[in-house]
Ligand binder design. Structure first.
Ligand code: GDP
Ligand code: MG
Length: 178
Protein backbone atom coordinates (compact mmCIF):
# COMPACT_ATOMS: atom_id res chain seq x y z
CA UNK A 1 0.00 0.00 0.00
CA UNK A 2 1.44 3.36 -1.01
CA UNK A 3 1.11 6.40 1.23
CA UNK A 4 0.47 9.76 -0.37
CA UNK A 5 0.51 12.91 1.73
CA UNK A 6 -1.13 16.09 0.49
CA UNK A 7 -1.62 19.45 2.16
CA UNK A 8 -4.08 22.23 1.42
CA UNK A 9 -2.79 25.75 1.80
CA UNK A 10 -4.35 29.16 1.28
CA UNK A 11 -6.00 32.12 2.94
CA UNK A 12 -8.66 31.59 5.60
CA UNK A 13 -12.03 31.44 3.87
CA UNK A 14 -10.64 30.59 0.43
CA UNK A 15 -12.47 27.27 0.61
CA UNK A 16 -9.74 24.74 1.42
CA UNK A 17 -12.01 22.63 3.60
CA UNK A 18 -14.90 22.91 1.16
CA UNK A 19 -12.71 21.74 -1.74
CA UNK A 20 -11.34 18.85 0.27
CA UNK A 21 -14.69 17.72 1.66
CA UNK A 22 -16.14 17.89 -1.85
CA UNK A 23 -13.38 15.58 -3.05
CA UNK A 24 -13.67 13.15 -0.14
CA UNK A 25 -17.46 12.99 0.15
CA UNK A 26 -18.79 14.52 -3.10
CA UNK A 27 -20.79 16.89 -0.93
CA UNK A 28 -20.87 20.59 -0.17
CA UNK A 29 -22.00 21.26 3.37
CA UNK A 30 -21.48 25.00 3.53
CA UNK A 31 -19.84 25.42 6.92
CA UNK A 32 -16.59 23.79 7.97
CA UNK A 33 -14.67 23.69 11.22
CA UNK A 34 -11.96 26.33 11.07
CA UNK A 35 -10.47 26.20 14.55
CA UNK A 36 -8.40 23.06 14.31
CA UNK A 37 -5.93 21.35 12.03
CA UNK A 38 -7.49 18.25 10.49
CA UNK A 39 -5.88 15.19 9.01
CA UNK A 40 -8.13 13.19 6.68
CA UNK A 41 -7.51 9.60 5.60
CA UNK A 42 -8.93 7.91 2.57
CA UNK A 43 -8.14 4.70 0.74
CA UNK A 44 -8.48 4.94 -2.97
CA UNK A 45 -7.41 3.23 -6.12
CA UNK A 46 -5.88 5.12 -9.02
CA UNK A 47 -4.68 3.43 -12.21
CA UNK A 48 -5.10 0.07 -10.50
CA UNK A 49 -2.92 0.99 -7.54
CA UNK A 50 -4.17 1.00 -3.98
CA UNK A 51 -3.29 4.19 -2.13
CA UNK A 52 -3.50 5.45 1.40
CA UNK A 53 -4.24 9.13 1.05
CA UNK A 54 -3.58 11.49 3.94
CA UNK A 55 -4.61 15.11 3.55
CA UNK A 56 -3.70 17.90 5.92
CA UNK A 57 -6.25 20.71 6.15
CA UNK A 58 -4.81 23.44 8.36
CA UNK A 59 -6.77 25.51 10.80
CA UNK A 60 -7.82 28.84 9.35
CA UNK A 61 -7.16 31.03 12.37
CA UNK A 62 -3.80 32.26 11.19
CA UNK A 63 -3.52 34.31 8.02
CA UNK A 64 0.27 34.14 8.24
CA UNK A 65 1.30 31.91 5.39
CA UNK A 66 4.72 31.36 6.91
CA UNK A 67 3.18 30.01 10.07
CA UNK A 68 0.71 27.76 8.27
CA UNK A 69 3.43 26.51 5.99
CA UNK A 70 6.20 25.41 8.28
CA UNK A 71 5.05 21.91 9.05
CA UNK A 72 3.12 20.78 5.97
CA UNK A 73 5.80 21.92 3.57
CA UNK A 74 8.24 19.39 4.95
CA UNK A 75 5.64 16.71 5.49
CA UNK A 76 3.64 16.72 2.27
CA UNK A 77 4.38 15.09 -1.09
CA UNK A 78 2.00 17.42 -2.88
CA UNK A 79 0.08 20.65 -2.34
CA UNK A 80 -3.24 22.14 -3.29
CA UNK A 81 -2.92 25.92 -3.01
CA UNK A 82 -6.38 27.48 -2.91
CA UNK A 83 -7.48 31.06 -3.48
CA UNK A 84 -10.90 32.62 -3.91
CA UNK A 85 -11.45 34.19 -7.34
CA UNK A 86 -13.60 36.88 -5.70
CA UNK A 87 -10.89 37.89 -3.22
CA UNK A 88 -7.75 39.44 -4.63
CA UNK A 89 -5.86 39.25 -1.33
CA UNK A 90 -6.23 35.46 -1.29
CA UNK A 91 -4.58 35.37 -4.73
CA UNK A 92 -1.64 37.46 -3.50
CA UNK A 93 -1.35 35.09 -0.56
CA UNK A 94 -1.36 32.09 -2.90
CA UNK A 95 1.50 33.71 -4.81
CA UNK A 96 3.52 33.99 -1.58
CA UNK A 97 2.71 30.42 -0.61
CA UNK A 98 3.92 29.12 -3.99
CA UNK A 99 7.16 31.03 -3.53
CA UNK A 100 7.60 29.61 -0.04
CA UNK A 101 6.95 26.05 -1.20
CA UNK A 102 9.61 26.48 -3.86
CA UNK A 103 12.13 28.04 -1.49
CA UNK A 104 11.58 25.55 1.31
CA UNK A 105 11.68 22.52 -0.92
CA UNK A 106 14.75 23.73 -2.78
CA UNK A 107 16.62 24.47 0.45
CA UNK A 108 15.75 21.09 1.86
CA UNK A 109 16.50 19.12 -1.22
CA UNK A 110 19.23 21.11 -2.96
CA UNK A 111 16.90 22.07 -5.78
CA UNK A 112 16.70 18.53 -7.05
CA UNK A 113 13.37 17.23 -5.85
CA UNK A 114 10.26 18.13 -7.74
CA UNK A 115 7.14 18.72 -5.75
CA UNK A 116 3.63 18.34 -7.12
CA UNK A 117 1.48 21.43 -6.76
CA UNK A 118 -1.92 22.47 -8.06
CA UNK A 119 -3.06 26.08 -7.88
CA UNK A 120 -6.84 26.22 -7.45
CA UNK A 121 -9.07 29.25 -8.03
CA UNK A 122 -12.16 28.37 -5.99
CA UNK A 123 -15.65 29.94 -5.88
CA UNK A 124 -16.00 30.06 -9.65
CA UNK A 125 -19.76 30.38 -9.03
CA UNK A 126 -19.05 33.89 -7.69
CA UNK A 127 -17.77 35.07 -11.08
CA UNK A 128 -20.10 38.12 -10.96
CA UNK A 129 -17.82 39.31 -8.12
CA UNK A 130 -14.60 38.10 -9.70
CA UNK A 131 -11.41 39.94 -8.66
CA UNK A 132 -8.89 37.57 -10.25
CA UNK A 133 -9.02 36.78 -13.97
CA UNK A 134 -8.63 33.17 -15.00
CA UNK A 135 -5.55 33.96 -17.10
CA UNK A 136 -3.85 35.52 -14.07
CA UNK A 137 -4.24 32.23 -12.26
CA UNK A 138 -2.97 30.30 -15.26
CA UNK A 139 0.05 32.62 -15.61
CA UNK A 140 0.96 32.31 -11.95
CA UNK A 141 0.77 28.53 -12.25
CA UNK A 142 3.01 28.55 -15.33
CA UNK A 143 5.59 30.70 -13.54
CA UNK A 144 5.64 28.13 -10.76
CA UNK A 145 5.56 25.06 -13.00
CA UNK A 146 2.37 23.79 -11.43
CA UNK A 147 -1.10 22.75 -12.53
CA UNK A 148 -4.03 25.13 -12.46
CA UNK A 149 -7.77 24.69 -12.18
CA UNK A 150 -10.69 26.97 -11.44
CA UNK A 151 -13.41 25.18 -9.48
CA UNK A 152 -16.57 25.71 -7.49
CA UNK A 153 -16.69 23.54 -4.40
CA UNK A 154 -20.27 24.78 -3.99
CA UNK A 155 -21.48 23.67 -7.40
CA UNK A 156 -19.43 20.89 -8.84
CA UNK A 157 -17.50 17.76 -8.04
CA UNK A 158 -15.86 16.66 -11.28
CA UNK A 159 -13.21 19.40 -11.67
CA UNK A 160 -12.14 18.84 -8.09
CA UNK A 161 -11.96 15.07 -8.50
CA UNK A 162 -9.89 15.56 -11.66
CA UNK A 163 -7.39 17.91 -10.08
CA UNK A 164 -6.82 15.61 -7.11
CA UNK A 165 -6.42 12.59 -9.36
CA UNK A 166 -3.91 14.42 -11.55
CA UNK A 167 -1.97 15.64 -8.53
CA UNK A 168 -1.85 12.16 -7.01
CA UNK A 169 -0.57 10.74 -10.31
CA UNK A 170 2.21 13.33 -10.29
CA UNK A 171 3.12 12.47 -6.71
CA UNK A 172 3.23 8.78 -7.63
CA UNK A 173 5.57 9.65 -10.50
CA UNK A 174 7.86 11.62 -8.21
CA UNK A 175 7.89 8.86 -5.62
CA UNK A 176 8.32 6.26 -8.33
CA UNK A 177 5.39 4.12 -7.29
CA UNK A 178 5.16 1.92 -10.32
P1 GDP B 1 -11.13 27.57 4.47
O1 GDP B 1 -10.98 28.52 5.61
O2 GDP B 1 -10.15 27.88 3.38
O3 GDP B 1 -11.10 26.14 4.87
O4 GDP B 1 -12.56 27.87 3.82
P2 GDP B 1 -13.94 27.04 4.01
O5 GDP B 1 -13.88 25.79 3.26
O6 GDP B 1 -14.27 26.98 5.45
O7 GDP B 1 -14.94 28.02 3.25
C1 GDP B 1 -15.12 29.35 3.68
C2 GDP B 1 -16.51 29.83 3.27
O8 GDP B 1 -16.61 29.87 1.86
C3 GDP B 1 -17.62 28.88 3.76
O9 GDP B 1 -18.71 29.70 4.17
C4 GDP B 1 -17.97 28.09 2.53
O10 GDP B 1 -19.32 27.68 2.54
C5 GDP B 1 -17.71 29.09 1.41
N1 GDP B 1 -17.33 28.42 0.16
C6 GDP B 1 -16.38 27.46 -0.01
N2 GDP B 1 -16.31 27.10 -1.30
C7 GDP B 1 -17.20 27.85 -1.97
C8 GDP B 1 -17.57 27.95 -3.37
O11 GDP B 1 -17.08 27.25 -4.25
N3 GDP B 1 -18.53 28.88 -3.67
C9 GDP B 1 -19.09 29.67 -2.72
N4 GDP B 1 -20.04 30.54 -3.14
N5 GDP B 1 -18.79 29.58 -1.41
C10 GDP B 1 -17.84 28.70 -1.04
MG1 MG C 1 -10.86 25.21 6.69
Amino acid sequence: MNDIKLALLGSPGAGKSAVLVRFLTRRFIGEYASNANSLYHKRLSIDGRQLNLEVFDPCSQSSEARCILEEPVDWADGFVVVYNISDRSSFINAKNILRQIRETRMDNCKGEVEVAVCLVGNKQDLCHARQVREDEGRCLAQENHCNFQEVSAAESYQDIANLFTQLIRQVMDHLKYR
